[in-house]
Design a protein around this ligand. Structure first.
Ligand code: ADP
Length: 656
C-alpha cells in the first residue's frame, strides 16, 4: 500500500480523502490556493503546499503545479477527488510520466467516456441501451435541426463535453430549436471550450438511476448497487438515495449487468458511475432504462453507497490503484437499510438558487444516530465566488426509507448555517414533501413544486426583523449606558433610548433598519409591561436563532435567514434606489451580452443583459416597463455581486 498521497482537491472531498488515507497509514499532503490558506483541508492534512492564486484556473486546475507539489513532497500517489482534474486524462498521463500513481481509471478509459457522443457509440457497441437521438460528428445547425425533427420533441440538446447540466437545453417545439442550439453551444463553449452537441429524446417522467461500479486491474468488475438521483434542479442533483424507491431485484440485476458491461467495454479500473435514465411512467421496469453517461471518478453522492454497504469507497480506490484485486465479489456486497444525502449549498432558493457568498457567521452541523456529515468548512470561513458553494453533505442512514428520511429531515432542522443564504430550509421541505415520501417523483419534481417548497420570493419575515431590531436596540442601549458622560450636543438618536419604561403611558420609538436590503421600521414600545419590539404590529419571533456580528444580526427563523442591520441614512440615495429600476448583478461574473441600448423602451420581463457566473448564464430582466437610462457596464466586463448594471426609468406611457 502507498505510504503517502497528495490530494489534488479542496473542500469536503479533500477532508474526506484525508480521513481514509490517514486511517490507512498514509502521510497526507494537501494543496491550497491563496483563498484556502486557512481552509480545513489544509489543517487536517499532515502537510500542505501552496499552488497559486484563488481562481481554480490558476491553481487547482494547473497540472504542472500539482505534479511539482507531488514531486517536492515525495507523494507516491495523487487522489484527484471529484471535479477539477478528476476526469482529465492529460493529468492522469502527467502523473504516470512523473512516476506518481493516479488514483483513478486509466487515461484511455477517461478519454473513451469523457465525451458523451463517443461514450454513447461505445456503449451501443457493447449492447448497453442508449437514449435515441443523434450523437454523430455533423454539427451544422440546419442538419441538427433536421435530426431533431426526426428524433421528435421534446428533446434535449447536450454538450458532448458536458457535465453538471451545463450546455444542456430542453426543446419542446421545432420553432424553438435554433435559439436553444445557440444558447447550448455558447454555454458549452465557455464551460468546456468545446461547442459540439448531441441530441437526445427527452424521456417523460425520467428517473435518474446510477450504478456504482468498481473494477480492478485484474479484469474483475462489479457493481455496488444503485443510487437514485432523481431529485434535481436544472439537471443538478439535490438529494440522492440508495436503494432507489421501487427498485426490484430483477431490474437491479439488469442495470447492474449493463453497468458492468459498460465498465468492461471502457477498459475500466477503479471507482466509476454509470448513469442511466429510466422511464418512471407507471413505475420502474426492466427494458425501461438507457445509458446516459459514465462518470470516471468518485461521485459527490458516494456516501449513500457507503452507508448501505458499510464499505469505504476511497479505501477501495487506493487498493485498486495499488494493484490489489477487488476486496469482495459481486454476491458479497451488502445492502443494508436505506440512506439519503442532502447537499447543503450557499445559495438562495428564493432568488433562483443563485450562489451566495460571504463569511459563515455561524455553522452548526447536525449529529445523531445514523447521521454522517461531510464538510470542508467551519464557522468563520468564507464562501467565495471561486469554487463550488457546497457547505456540507448530510447523509442519513436508517433501517427503512421512512426512517432514513425522518432522520435526514430532523438533521436538517438542527442545522444552522448563517451568513450566506443557504438551501437548508428548502432541503428540509423537500425531504418532507408528500409525493417524494411516497416515492412518487421524477427529475421534474422540484421544478414543478418550487412554490410549495418555498423556493420563490417570500415577503419579509417581520417577526425575524423584529427580533433583529430588538438585538440591535439592546446592543446600542447598552453601549450608550456604558458611556460615562453622555455628549451634550449629540442630537437624540432613536438608538439611544436606554431610559427604560415610563410609569405613565407608553412611549414608542421608531427604529429604521435594513432587512435583507429592504427598509423596515421597527417600533420599540416602552410601557408598564416593559419593552417590546414589533414590525407592523408583528412581535419578535420566538424559537428563532440570532447571531450578531459587528454590523448585522442574522436571524434564523423557520429555516429562513433574515439579515438585519441598522439603517445607514447617509448611504441612502432615496429617489433612484426606491424606484426599483436599478438592475444589479446578482453575483460575481462576466457580462456576456447587453441586449438593449440606452434610451430603448422595454417591457416588464424583457431580457436586458446576460451575465455568466459559475459557468452558467443568467438573464437579467426588466422589473418594470420603462426606458433604459444609464448603462453602467460594457460587454465582456467583469462585475461584482450587487454592481449596478443599468437603470430602467419608469415610463408612464409604457404598458405592461
Ligand atoms: P450532465 O453530464 O451535464 O450532468 P447528464 O447527461 O448526466 O448531464 O444529464 C443530467 C440530467 O439531465 C439527468 O440526471 C436527467 O435528469 C436529465 N436528462 C438527461 N438526459 C435526459 C433525457 N434524455 N431525457 C430526460 N431527461 C434527461
Amino acid at each position: 500500500m502507498f505510504t503517502s498521497v497528495l490530494i489534488a482537491n479542496r473542500g469536503e472531498i479533500a477532508c474526506r480523502i484525508v480521513r481514509t488515507a490517514k486511517r490507512m497509514g498514509m502521510r497526507t499532503i494537501a494543496v491550497y490556493s491563496q483563498a484556502d490558506v486557512n481552509a480545513l483541508h489544509v489543517r487536517l492534512a499532515d502537510e500542505a503546499h501552496p499552488i497559486g492564486p484563488a481562481p481554480a484556473a490558476e491553481s487547482y486546475l494547473v497540472i504542472e503545479k500539482l505534479i511539482a507539489a507531488a514531486k517536492k513532497s515525495g507523494a507516491q500517489c495523487i487522489h484527484p477527488g471529484y471535479g477539477f482534474l478528476s476526469e482529465n486524462a492529460t493529468f492522469a498521463e502527467g502523473c504516470a510520466a512523473a512516476g506518481i500513481v493516479f488514483v483513478g481509471p486509466p487515461p484511455e478509459a477517461i478519454r473513451a467516456m469523457g465525451l458523451k457522443d463517443r461514450a454513447k457509440a461505445l456503449m451501443q457497441k457493447a449492447g448497453v441501451p442508449v437514449v435515441p437521438g443523434y450523437h454523430g460528428e455533423r454539427q451544422e445547425p440546419a442538419f441538427l435541426k433536421q435530426k431533431a425533427y426526426e428524433t421528435g420533441y421534446p428533446l434535449l440538446i447536450k454538450a458532448v463535453a458536458g457535465g453538471g447540466g451545463k450546455g444542456m437545453r430542453r426543446v419542446d417545439k421545432h420553432v424553438e430549436f435554433d435559439a436553444a442550439l445557440e444558447a447550448a453551444k455558447r454555454e458549452a463553449k465557455s464551460a468546456f471550450g468545446d461547442e459540439r452537441v448531441l441530441l437526445e429524446k427527452f424521456i417523460a417522467a425520467p428517473r435518474h438511476i446510477e450504478m456504482q461500479i468498481f473494477a480492478d486491474t485484474h479484469g474483475n468488475a462489479i457493481h455496488l448497487h444503485e443510487r437514485d438521483c432523481s431529485l434535481q434542479r436544472r439537471h443538478q442533483k439535490v438529494i440522492e438515495e440508495a436503494p432507489a424507491p421501487g427498485m426490484t431485484a430483477a431490474l437491479r440485476e439488469a442495470m447492474g449487468t449493463a453497468a458492468v458491461a459498460a465498465a468492461k467495454a471502457a477498459g475500466y479500473a477503479g471507482a466509476g458511475t454509470i448513469e442511466f435514465i429510466a422511464d418512471g411512467v407507471g413505475g420502474l421496469k426492466a427494458g425501461g432504462f438507457w445509458f446516459m453517461e459514465m462518470n470516471t471518478r468518485l461521485q459527490v453522492e458516494h456516501p449513500v453507497t457507503e452507508a448501505i454497504t458499510g464499505l469505504d469507497l476511497v479505501e477501495w480506490q487506493f487498493r485498486v490503484a495499488a494493484g490489489d484485486k477487488l476486496p469482495l465479489a459481486q454476491d458479497q456486497i451488502p445492502l443494508n437499510g436505506h440512506a439519503a444525502e442532502a447537499r447543503i449549498y450557499a445559495e438562495d432558493p428564493e432568488r433562483g438558487f443563485l450562489p451566495s457568498t460571504g463569511t459563515l457567521v455561524a455553522l452548526e452541523l447536525p449529529r445523531g444516530e445514523g447521521i454522517r456529515v461531510d464538510t470542508g468548512v467551519e464557522a468563520g470561513a468564507a464562501v467565495t465566488p471561486f469554487y463550488d458553494p457546497l457547505i456540507a453533505k448530510v447523509i442519513a442512514h436508517g433501517k427503512t426509507r421512512e426512517q432514513a428520511l425522518e432522520r435526514l429531515a430532523g438533521a436538517l432542522d438542527r442545522t444552522v448555517a448563517l451568513g450566506p443564504r443557504s438551501n437548508v430550509g428548502f432541503l428540509a421541505a423537500l425531504v418532507r414533501a408528500e409525493e417524494f415520501r411516497r416515492g412518487d417523483f421524477d427529475t421534474g419534481f422540484i421544478g414543478r413544486n418550487l412554490a410549495a417548497l418555498g423556493a420563490v420570493p417570500q415577503p419579509l419575515d417581520k417577526a425575524a426583523v423584529a427580533l433583529g431590531a430588538a438585538k440591535l436596540h439592546a446592543r446600542e442601549a447598552s453601549r450608550i449606558a456604558s458611556l460615562v458622560e453622555p455628549e451634550p450636543d449629540q442630537p437624540p438618536s432613536p438608538w439611544a433610548a436606554a431610559d427604560g419604561y415610563q410609569l405613565a403611558g407608553a412611549r414608542t420609538l421608531a427604529l429604521p433598519v435594513t432587512a435583507d436590503g429592504e427598509i423596515a421600521i421597527a417600533q420599540v414600545i416602552y410601557d408598564s409591561a416593559g419593552l417590546a419590539v414589533t414590525v407592523d404590529g408583528v412581535a419578535v419571533a420566538t424559537g428563532a436563532i440570532a447571531v450578531e456580528t459587528a454590523d448585522e444580526v442574522f436571524v434564523l427563523h423557520r429555516g429562513r435567514q433574515t439579515k438585519v442591520a441598522p439603517r445607514d441614512f447617509s448611504a441612502l440615495d432615496a429617489g433612484q434606489e426606491a424606484g426599483g429600476g436599478v438592475i444589479r448583478a446578482p453575483m460575481h461574473g462576466k457580462v456576456l451580452e447587453i441586449l438593449v441600448e440606452h434610451g430603448a423602451r422595454v417591457a416588464k420581463g424583457q431580457r436586458l443583459a446576460i451575465i455568466e457566473a459559475m459557468k452558467m448564464e443568467h438573464s437579467l430582466v426588466a422589473p418594470l416597463a420603462g426606458i433604459v437610462g444609464e448603462i453602467a457596464v460594457a460587454k465582456n466586463g467583469q462585475v461584482v455581486e450587487g454592481a449596478r448594471i443599468m437603470v430602467i426609468e419608469a415610463d408612464e406611457t409604457a404598458r405592461e
